[in-house]
Design a protein around this ligand. Structure first.
Ligand code: SAM
Length: 287
């Protein structure tokens, strides 16, 4: 915990000159896994908080925004998603959203750090309710290697629910990795990646993601912004890449009449997220 204010957890974004704080009731867990420092706190107003290497990953109160937007726009854009893989996503929240889709026959979670999943089972059991679903499969290892070894054309949707592009996640934000995803996807397949803050990262990271996805052979790329209170600037994004898919349209009736509950996602939210702010349009289309 930061010593800036005793009793508060503070994540400092040094380069941006900002920070984010939550008032803490107690530290519940701390360990150094083979990959990262993993901490769990109980907060005054946001429920439990997971922190990896000092970076906020999720809280009980607002994780639905991220997990739903990482999942449903891609799955309702795909014609008929049956086989899905999540790279990272060790807290299991994305897996839970994916398995809400009855048509999904098989969902893999490929997480490098098994401890993230085990600790989530203990402190975020509500995110792990689909872990015993017979369609759920777990592999604990590096997602970059796993994707290289995947059978060509074997997946409909690939969701990259990773940490920031440093350390083990760095290679997940690269043309070479996107190329392996392109190969692993069947025709009509969709790759979706968490792509950080529109305000902070459009000129740099998001622009590069677009260029790299197109260079890897995807024929359409689209970034969807959404709110995420606990991440830098409170505004986040996911970027979709399509293999022979129009990302500007989706199964609107199915999204509207979905037979499962969501807290944020609906067809109107999806339509709205397809509208890019002017500064993003400009940055993502300039030469
Ligand atoms: N919502 C979070 C965010 O954007 O801050 C991400 C949540 S999830 C906990 C991210 C997971 O990605 C971590 O558990 C981390 O261990 C995993 N990860 C990072 N690099 C990976 C890789 N190369 N292969 C598989 N999993 C990876």
């Amino acid at each position: 915990m930061s010593e800036i204010m005793p009793g508060w957890f503070t994540e400092i974004f040094q380069d941006e000159g900002t920070g984010f704080s939550l008032k803490i009731k107690a530290k519940l867990h701390e360990e150094q896994t083979p990959y990262q420092k993993l901490e769990i706190y109980d907060t005054e107003t946001f429920g439990k908080l997971m922190v990896l290497d000092g970076c906020v990953m999720l809280t009980t109160r607002d994780n639905f925004l991220y997990h739903e937007m990482m999942t449903h726009p891609a799955l309702f854009t795909h014609r008929n998603p049956k086989k899905v893989v999540i790279i990272g996503g060790g807290d299991c929240g994305t897996l839970k959203e994916v398995l809400k889709h009855e048509g999904v026959e098989e969902a893999w979670q490929v997480e490098i750090d098994e401890r993230v999943t085990r600790v989530s089972e203990q402190y975020f059991p509500e995110l792990c309710t689909a872990n015993d679903d017979p369609r759920a499969h777990f592999f604990f290892g590096d997602g970059i290697q796993w994707m290289q070894d995947a059978v060509p054309g074997s997946f409909d949707v690939i969701i990259v629910d990773s940490t920031d592009p440093v350390g083990p996640a760095e290679g997940l934000f690269a043309e070479d990795f996107y190329r392996t995803c392109m190969t692993a996807l069947a025709d009509g397949g969709i790759l979706v990646q968490q792509s950080e803050s529109p305000l902070l990262h459009t000129r740099t990271l998001i622009r590069k993601i677009h260029q790299d996805m197109l260079a890897a052979g995807f024929d359409a790329v689209k970034t969807l912004p959404f709110p995420q209170v606990v991440y830098p600037t409170g505004w986040w994004s996911c970027t979709l890449a399509g293999k022979g898919v129009d990302l500007d349209t989706f199964r609107e009736d199915d999204a509207e009449n979905r037979p499962f509950a969501t807290e944020y996602y609906n067809a109107g939210i999806h339509r709205g997220a397809l509208a890019l702010p002017e500064f993003m349009k400009r940055e993502l289309t300039r030469d």
